[in-house]
Write a protein of this length. Sequence first.
Length: 265
Amino acid sequence: MSSPAVVAALRAAGCVFAEDEAELLLSAARTPAELSAMVERRASGLPLEHVLGWAGFRGLRIAVDPGVFVPRRRTEFLVERAIALAGDGDGTGAGTGPRPVVVDLCCGSGALGAALAAALGPVELHAADIDPAAVRCARRNVAAAGGTVYEGDLYDPLPAALRGRVGILLANVPYVPTEEVGLLPAEARVHEARVALDGGRDGLDVLRRVTAEAAEWLAPGGHLLFETSEGQVAAARGAVERAGLVARVVEDEELYATVVVGTRP
């Protein structure tokens, strides 16, 4: 297929950024047959990242397997806030020795932990997810940082030795209310694990469980960071404060990103 033909096929399928996607597919395909297959898969509605096998995230190529949550560009803001806190020397090294201790909960592909480690340099990186497919994928992505990925529910699979030592706790929890999952774009609703999207009745069920135990795992001065929606800020902030953490909210209007930071006093 020629470049114009690929663009035409993608545009006919409703791909808004058909030209950009065509360029990526053309560069990734090794044979004409492979290109045709990739275009067909994308035109059928499969997320571009699942077709390519990777997603761009803070300058990294993050492996993304079929069914695994695709890291969103707006979530780069969460990582940037974590980098800023680490750069301030504010709690990330507390009780950890020379390497900051980083935990990536609900890690999905492991994009957040991998990106933070790439920015900070040597870290002690741990990640966890309840979805076996996500765990397999994350293990590939955090390998360069020497990180360890565990399969299980939130904190359950983490080593007990991490309690009270975590400097940065990233939690990219699902926060879409159950009854709104059906309103998501098909790329997410059909092709990503529901456990990575569904946050319960009001979207905050998983978050409440994360905040409830966060203080036990954070080092003094350590930080919990998570993304939420604008309409959930008040309830999310309340959950952080009830857990004994000091809460603050940071936003990026351009990325339409809202991040809550909870700091252990």
